[in-house]
Ligand binder design. Structure first.
Ligand SMILES: Nc1nc2c(c(=O)[nH]1)N[C@H]1C(S)=C(S)[C@@H](COP(=O)(O)OP(=O)(O)OC[C@H]3O[C@@H](n4cnc5c(=O)[nH]c(N)nc54)[C@H](O)[C@@H]3O)O[C@H]1N2
Ligand SMILES: Nc1nc2c(c(=O)[nH]1)N[C@H]1C(S)=C(S)[C@@H](COP(=O)(O)OP(=O)(O)OC[C@H]3O[C@@H](n4cnc5c(=O)[nH]c(N)nc54)[C@H](O)[C@@H]3O)O[C@H]1N2
Ligand SMILES: [Mo]
Length: 829
């Protein structure tokens, strides 16, 4: 989230799009309700009438997978009716920047300039800005970047700052604003309502209400989750929301922002901690074989020439100092060469991992707190792939479908030779640790009970394994022992592995005087103090400050993370004395954008920061303090200083699959693409895998989406063992319209078969007016919906695995699977 849960109360219009927040994030409803009590309007855009829709003012049905058409139409509407926030867009975004003269979009082909058909990838060169002037970093003594030539800093070529060409009148045809205007002119109300299967009048009403938040003193917020992300253009859906909020001046302001309602408890912490394949803790990119094989290359390619990310080398060296401790020196580039480098091929993201098992490339697999034989797309293919493994380790607290994959109804155990090890893990209540909520608030969880039977906290399991592995390397040498043997691993209190010293490592500390073993640490208060010369260590720069109290390094209650001040001094629900919000306890990020160029808040009643004429009055922690602690004096336009432009991107050259969102149809769709000549994104990933088995709409004419219910949790490991929950939600169902049920001769409660090329499941029919057929391009399209919580494992509430149905295709930016839109057919069982 760019904002936080309590901030929803400050919105004038709330749009829930691609989330069922009332059901999946029930507490969100409390804060939305506060806004409604203040007179706000709540819009829900969803293919079905959900529990959220029930509570909202306006429900707008949308055919799954057509959100970019919806957003494109909204951009067009905002531009045509001149509803964009002029001062904000002109000064704080790249609207005025001139794009390369060769930038283009070919509607017939559905591709932007720079596409390579052979590799189905883009070269983004033509999406960059025209350059006005260039200036090299001054690294000499007294220069702005003197730190870069200090002793102890690895050598690299100083960066060159480009100043892009701009047209502040926004008339130049190559400026981003004009390019956007041209691009989205095709997205008129008639076309969009025909693509999305929406009523045109309702669409226009929704547009006009949401666009009203373009007034400087109004704000609109977006609540989203999987309905946006689980598409092969999920990242472009997210870009669309960012663009929308920029056009309306809704980012960085109270009651605004793009708010991802995160999923698994601590998925926010997990992504912060580098669970994403391409990133290390703190969202720094992993080194790659092809782009950043040396530390100098990493500095040169990953560091921005301007803005706050000029400091990236400080974050990287401090991280390496934590990974390798005393073994990391300037002479060995702080151990950079010990880090694995991501290769171009193969690709180890989730979908392709199973392909690699199929091919016999991956032979052993640690499956830790996850159940892919049930949760991954084309799950029967996952099970077949796992049967190719020599060994599988599952760390969980129940015997999941993955721990018993060989026992699936469609497997023959006699033919499976994989050795499966089960490591019993302690549950969340059985261990202490840190958890981060969707609003970026870090909180300490105390242990409530002892672990069951032999179970251990995950970090203890890790510790046991780690020590064994290090011992083996020490005894036998192995192929490449240095990274293992040199890794710093001293997170013990009284000889026992403990999450509190890990907290010191994440927070960061000064190296001189710090004696980790004896518990003497010099913890840092801000990442502004991190250095690139080896004098500081920090595993996770974005968290610095959450554990900074040197007087009580072992007591979470005495640290910022443990704060429990319930009073709201801000008057707008920031609750800054409750927990710690990364970065630096900032509650609303990009908050410079909440005030105009002169530092006057757009809405004086909802103030985050204000220039008093002498200083910045900070109700929230300012999101524009430079590394040296300076706050820029107004007037200035540097509202987004995490980008080198320091202006936000309406157009972005950093996306893999296009600089502006463009509508494509789901991989399997009931309709032809009406917006351009390419049915799917030209960059779609994994579509050529044999295991995908693309279905044809002639055989499988019904669109389907999947979702969760309050009473169950994901694959059910934690809920299907709970009788009360099973009583409330006992079995898998398929939700369908009365019209489709009548066509198929199905009655409410009938057992039906839902099937396609990949799978076949038997479930009960739930015939309901909550689903209505869509009119798409003049034709009737049926869509149904299914939950995905049930499987064969366990004693209660067992059922078929719905994920045998979705295709194992993914988004080219992040490889997220397309769970939210694909094709099936249905018949009475
Ligand atoms: N009780 C409970 N709570 C949970 C979970 C759980 O299993 N049970 N899961 C947790 C996890 S891990 C996550 S990630 C979150 C998920 O949180 P949500 O994303 O809110 O959950 P979903 O139910 O997957 O679905 C989102 C909504 O998107 C709609 N939708 C489907 N396709 C589209 C589309 O193309 N466009 C639009 N606009 N909408 C679409 C669906 O109909 C559904 O109502 O919830 C978390 N909370
Ligand atoms: N069709 C469809 N499929 C989906 C989705 C969808 O919307 N539709 N949603 C997707 C999403 S958003 C998600 S997040 C995934 C979830 O997919 P999974 O992560 O595979 O599903 P979970 O059931 O949450 O599995 C988590 C496992 O971790 C165990 N566990 C819980 N706590 C601990 C712990 O502290 N330590 C260890 N070691 N284990 C623990 C639980 O018992 C459980 O078995 O599913 C995805 N799959
Ligand atoms: Mo999730």
């Amino acid at each position: 989230m760019t904002s936080h849960w309590c901030d929803f109360q400050n919105s004038d219009v709330i749009m829930t799009i691609g989330s069922n927040n009332v059901e999946n994030h029930p507490v969100s409803a409390k804060w939305v309700q506060k806004a409604l009590d203040n007179g706000a309007t709540w819009i829900v855009v969803d293919p079905r009438y959900t529990r959220s829709a029930e509570m909202a003012d306006i429900y707008c049905p949308i055919r799954s997978g057509t959100d970019i058409a919806f957003y494109g139409g909204l951009f067009n509407y905002i531009i045509e009716h001149d509803l964009w926030q002029h001062e904000y867009v002109l000064n704080y975004t790249n609207a005025s920047y001139l794009l390369n003269e060769d930038f283009s979009f070919d509607v017939n082909e559905g591709i932007f300039s720079g596409f390579d058909k052979e590799t189905a990838t883009y070269n983004a060169k033509t999406w960059h800005y025209q350059v006005e002037s260039e200036e090299q970093w001054d690294t000499s003594e007294g220069g702005a970047y003197a730190w870069a030539s200090k002793p102890g800093v690895p050598e690299f070529t100083p960066l060159t700052k480009e100043t892009p060409k701009k047209d502040m009148t926004l008339q130049d045809p190559m400026c981003v604003f004009q390019q956007m205007k041209k691009h989205y002119a095709r997205y008129d109300l008639d076309t969009v309502s025909s693509v999305c299967g929406m009523d045109k009048d309702l669409l226009e009403k929704v547009y006009s209400i949401y666009a009203s938040t373009g007034a400087p003193d109004k704000s609109g917020t977006i609540l989203y989750a999987l309905g946006q992300t689980q598409h092969h253009y999920g990242a472009q859906n997210c870009r669309s929301m960012a663009i929308l909020q920029l056009l309306l001046g809704n980012t960085g302001v109270p009651g605004g922002g793009v708010n991802a309602l995160r999923g698994e408890p601590n998925v926010q912490g997990a992504t912060d901690m580098g669970m994403l394949v391409a990133s290390q803790p703190g969202y720094l990119n992993w080194p790659t074989e092809y782009g950043t094989p040396s530390i100098a290359k990493w500095f040169e390619n990953e560091t921005y020439a301007d803005g706050y990310y000029t400091n990236k080398p400080k974050f990287l060296v401090s991280a390496l100092k934590e990974w390798f401790g005393d073994a990391a020196t300037v002479e060995n580039d702080y151990g950079y060469d010990w880090w694995p480098k991501v290769p171009k091929k193969p690709d180890y993201t989730i979908i392709s991992s199973f392909e690699l098992m199929n091919q016999g490339v991956i032979k052993g697999y640690f499956n830790w707190g996850m159940n892919p034989c049930h949760s991954a797309p084309n799950a029967s293919n996952v099970r077949r792939s796992m049967a190719n493994l020599d060994w599988l380790v599952v760390a969980d607290w129940v015997i999941t479908e993955s721990a018993s994959f060989w026992n699936a109804p469609d497997m023959n155990p006699a033919e499976v030779n994989t050795t499966v090890y089960f490591l019993p893990a302690a549950l969340i209540y059985e261990k202490p640790g840190i958890i981060v909520n969707s609003g970026r608030w870090l909180q300490w969880r105390y242990q409530a009970v002892e672990p069951w039977e032999e179970a251990k906290p995950d970090y203890e399991i890790c510790d046991v394994l780690w020590k064994e592995i290090v011992d083996l390397y020490k005894q036998e040498g192995g192929a490449n022992p240095d990274p293992i043997i040199n890794t710093k691993w001293d997170y013990y209190v009284d000889g026992k592995i403990d999450p509190r010293p890990v907290a010191w490592a994440l927070n960061g500390y000064k190296n001189d005087g710090t004696d980790f073993k004896s518990g003497k640490v010099d913890l840092l208060g801000t990442f502004g103090n991190l250095q690139a010369d080896g004098s500081t260590s920090c595993a996770m720069w974005i968290y610095t400050g959450f554990w900074k109290n040197n007087e009580a390094p072992l007591d979470p209650a005495e640290q910022p993370i443990g704060k429990r001040g319930g009073e709201d001094k801000s008057g707008i629900g920031l609750f800054s004395d409750w927990a710690f919000s990364w970065p630096l306890n900032r509650r609303i990020i990009y908050n410079r954008a909440s005030a105009d160029m002169n530092g006057k808040p757009w809405n004086p009643k909802k103030k985050l920061v204000e220039w008093t004429g002498e200083k910045w009055d900070q109700v929230d922690v300012a999101d524009f303090v430079t590394a040296s602690g300076d706050t820029p004096v107004p007037p200035n336009n540097k509202a987004f200083f995490m980008l080198w432009e320091q202006n936000a991107r309406l157009e972005s050259y950093a996306m893999g699959d296009g600089p502006l969102p463009e509508h494509f149809e789901p991989f399997e769709s009931p309709a032809d693409n009406q917006m351009n000549g390419s049915q799917n994104s030209p960059c779609i990933r994994f579509a050529d895998y044999e295991s995908v088995k693309r279905g044809d709409r002639k055989d499988y004419p019904i669109a389907v989406t999947t979702y969760s219910v309050t009473e169950q949790w994901q694959t059910g490991g934690q809920t299907r063992s709970c009788p009360a929950l099973n009583e409330a939600m006992p079995q898998q169902f398929v939700e369908m319209s009365r019209e489709l049920a009548e066509e198929k001769g199905i009655e409410n409660g009938d057992l039906v078969r839902v099937f396609n090329n990949r799978g076949n499941v038997q479930v009960h029919a739930l015939v309901t007016p909550r689903f209505k057929p869509f009119k798409v391009n003049g034709e009737t399209v049926h869509q149904v919906g299914m939950t995905h919580h049930f499987g064969w494992a366990g004693e209660f509430a067992t059922g078929d695995v719905v994920n045998d149905l979705p295709p194992n295709v993914g988004d080219p930016n992040c490889q997220v699977p397309e769970y939210k839109a694909f094709l099936v057919n249905i018949e009475k069982a």
